[in-house]
Design a binder for this molecule. Structure first.
Ligand code: PLP
Length: 416
């Protein structure tokens, strides 16, 4: 039998956003611009520690807390607060939602995929096309036997959400197939379904008896209001699982909600998140919950402390919670302002085509419509870094570089 050697494994490229950041850091051009990584930057394009987070750090510093292990499911108070933020304090009391702490949004997605692969055993997982690229990798790694079906999400010629394409794809779903949904500020397109469209999406998912995985990474970033941005999740919950009457005729077979605190609390490197398991019955499926716990034990044993302590400190204190609300608004409004400035700059220099989509899109990103070749030229000639699919992370723009970026975009558009 031929022997396996390590040398047989091919060299793989680094994930694109990380490779892009490394290339940006290595670039010595003084006016370089980083529009790659999905991180918030202040008006001076510097990392921003939210004032509410700074205040919580002060509180924690004076607490002299210890560094013991957390329970496998994480910090109970953090889990309660995370659930309230996602579902509202009222719905969060319902016993059919169980919460565990995770390693940020990625850990929540990974745990959700592992849970589905081991215990739901779907034939297919429906993932939006395009999406956060890690969705493909996470599902391929957790469930290599599950077929990934991409549902159309973006209509490139109309530069809009492809509602009809999405519905048609979901109609082909089979019972217990998984569907991964972005509840708000869709990454990378910045287009979200309207409430009427969500209702239709929910109707199809319930009728086809699919299993829902929501991936919430931008709660607060879309509108500046965390409650408004949780609308789709709360609608699904209330429609299918919230009546607690056990009498739903067409509920999905269950629901998992991944919650990240990376963007809306600016806690990127602290890796703090949560996963909520929702049972169709009025009480929690205790067995399913224990299976989730078993997976956590195998993968991380138990989650980490600091991010949970920060979030907990903020959400347990009315003044800090109010400050955090202001902080989220500050981030969302700055990005909305940057959208308007970029569009205005582009129109001022009479760029070809219609660029109104930059202002219509929502959240951290603009799906610019620039081609791979144009993105390459932006990098090679102008030292402006963004993803190959044309996704621009808007917080890398400010008053002093938006004119430069607009002129560079005009150059690459004219160059075609
Ligand atoms: C849609 C989506 N889900 C999940 C994540 C993961 O976020 P994190 O693991 O940093 O919390 C991201 C990050 O970019 C994202 O865009």
């Amino acid at each position: 039998m031929a022997q396996f050697t390590l040398e047989e494994l091919p060299v793989l490229p680094l994930a694109e956003t990380f490779a892009l950041t490394a290339a940006y850091n290595a670039d010595s051009f003084p006016d370089k611009v980083n529009l790659g990584q999905g991180v918030y930057r202040d008006e001076a394009c510097r990392p921003w520690v939210l004032p509410s987070v700074r205040a919580a750090e002060e509180v924690l510093h004076n607490q002299n807390a210890n560094h013991e292990y957390l329970p496998i499911t994480g910090d109970k108070q953090f889990n309660d607060k995370a659930r309230e933020l996602m579902f509202s304090p009222k719905l969060a009391k319902n016993p059919n939602i169980r919460t565990v702490q995770t390693v940020a949004g990625t850990g929540a997605n990974n745990l959700a995929a592992l849970f589905c692969a081991h215990h739901i055993k779907p034939k297919n997982v429906f993932i939006s096309d395009p999406t956060w690229d890690n969705h493909y990798l996470i599902w391929k790694t957790a469930g290599p036997e599950i077929t990934q079906k991409l549902y159309p999400y973006y209509n490139a010629s109309a530069r809009s959400f492809d509602f009809d394409g999405m519905i048609a794809a979901l109609e082909a779903g089979e019972e217990n197939d998984v569907v991964v949904l972005h509840p708000c500020a869709h990454n990378p397109t910045g287009f979200d379904p309207s409430q009427e469209q969500w209702k239709k999406i929910a109707e199809v998912i319930g009728r086809k008896r699919l299993f829902v995985v929501f991936d919430s990474a931008y709660q607060g970033f879309a509108s500046g209001d965390p409650d408004a941005d949780a609308w789709a999740i709360r609608y699904f919950y209330s429609t299918f699982f919230g009546a607690l009457s056990d009498s739903q005729t067409n509920p999905p077979t269950g629901m998992l909600v991944c919650q990240s605190f990376s963007k809306n609390f600016g806690l990127y490197g602290e890796r703090i998140g949560a996963l909520h398991l929702i049972s169709p019955q009025s009480v929690a499926a205790e067995g399913a919950y224990t299976h989730l716990i078993r997976l956590i034990r195998a993968v991380i044993s138990c989650p980490s402390l600091f991010g949970a302590r920060v979030v907990n400190t903020i959400l347990s204190d009315a003044d800090l919670t109010a400050q955090w609300g202001e902080d989220v608004k500050t981030m969302a409004l700055r990005i909305q302002g940057v959208r308007a400035s970029l569009r205005a700059e582009l129109e001022k220099i009479n760029i070809k085509g219609d660029w109104s989509h930059i202002e219509q899109q929502i959240g951290m990103f603009s799906y610019t419509g620039l081609s791979k070749a144009q993105v390459e030229r932006l990098k090679d000639v102008h030292h402006i870094y963004m993803l190959g699919n044309g996704r621009m992370s808007l917080s890398g723009l400010n008053e002093s570089n938006v004119g430069y970026v607009a002129r560079a975009i005009k150059d690459v558009v004219d160059h075609e």
